[in-house]
Write a protein that binds this ligand. Structure first.
Ligand code: IPD
Length: 282
């Protein structure tokens, strides 16, 4: 696991959020920072278990989730909580906090620094507040609905690239049991590699979305995700001027289906065309 000494200096600190969701946004930033400090301090410690083949959970995931959930229950007792380890039942409506205590658990176990704590507040209009805190990168991404998206204290914007052939894309593989046909998915990935400049697989969907919002990649596609993997990141992309949808033919949104296309907007149609070529085989 990454060592604390390898953590780079944090980017500029997020400034205090304003607007009608300012209290919730400040809370989300604070609790994500607290959980990120815990994750960082406990790198390399604790037991690792397999929930199923290749689907890992550690004592640190559980400690991070307990911390975040206890803070939410104390501060917003009327809100529901959806969280990866102990509160995974989907809540379809109303105000709910959607939490991934460690997105990128496999990376965490292997000492790969692409790890994030993801905290989102979702209501009937979708994600309202989103924080993606990367403890080993020293980066904090956050967004408030209608208030823009930020990396530290700096406003983020998606790129203005319009050519798929010049775009860098990101994806994740359906490596967990029952999450999709891996062989067919790899044909889609090969198509994406040939159609774009290249494709990255970071191992954290929350960071893939944060990187799309920050203009480090132009687009991201994946299937088999859970709401806690994407709730905060979806808002980052939308508030950075990008676009987030389901896959071609999906009747329900990504928070329900776990299938997501995110882009700088200019390349969304190209991502839809790419995935439409393979969607029936996945
Ligand atoms: C995982 C990461 C990964 C994605 C997996 C997710 P977890 O989240 O987001 O990038 O490909 O499908 O489950 O399990 O580490 O929280």
């Amino acid at each position: 696991m990454p060592h604390e000494s390898s953590v780079p200096p944090a980017s500029s600190a997020p400034s205090a959020p304003s607007g009608s969701l300012a209290v919730e946004a400040a809370f989300a930033l604070e609790v994500a920072a607290e959980a990120a400090a815990l994750v960082r301090s406990r790198a390399g410690t604790g037991a690792v278990r397999e929930k199923s083949r290749a689907d890992l959970v550690t004592d640190v995931d559980e400690a991070s989730e307990r911390l975040i959930v206890s803070r939410i229950r104390a501060r917003f007792p009327a809100d529901a909580v959806v969280a990866e380890e102990f509160a995974a039942a989907a809540v379809a409506g109303g105000r709910r906090w959607v939490i991934d205590p460690i997105d990128g658990t496999t990376n965490f176990v292997h000492g790969h620094p692409f790890v994030a704590v993801s905290v989102a507040l979702v209501d009937d209009a979708g994600p309202a507040v989103g924080v993606v805190h990367a403890p080993f990168l020293g980066e904090v991404f956050h967004a408030v609905r209608g208030g823009g998206a930020f990396l530290g204290g700096e406003r983020m914007a998606v790129t203005d690239e319009t050519e798929l052939g010049r775009a860098l894309l990101a994806t994740g593989f359906p490596f967990k049991q029952g999450k999709g046909d891996l062989d067919a998915y790899m044909l889609l990935v090969a198509d994406a590699v040939r159609s774009s400049r290249d494709v990255r697989r970071a191992g954290s969907a929350a960071l893939d979305l944060a990187f799309t919002a920050a203009g480090r990649v132009e687009g991201f596609f994946e299937i088999g995700l859970a709401p806690w993997d994407v709730a905060a990141g979806m808002l980052l992309v939308a508030e950075a001027g990008g676009r987030v949808t389901g896959w071609p033919g999906d009747a329900d949104p990504p928070l329900v289906t776990g299938r997501i296309l995110a882009s700088n907007g200019h390349l969304h149609a190209a991502l839809e065309e790419l995935t439409a070529r393979w969607v029936d085989r996945l």
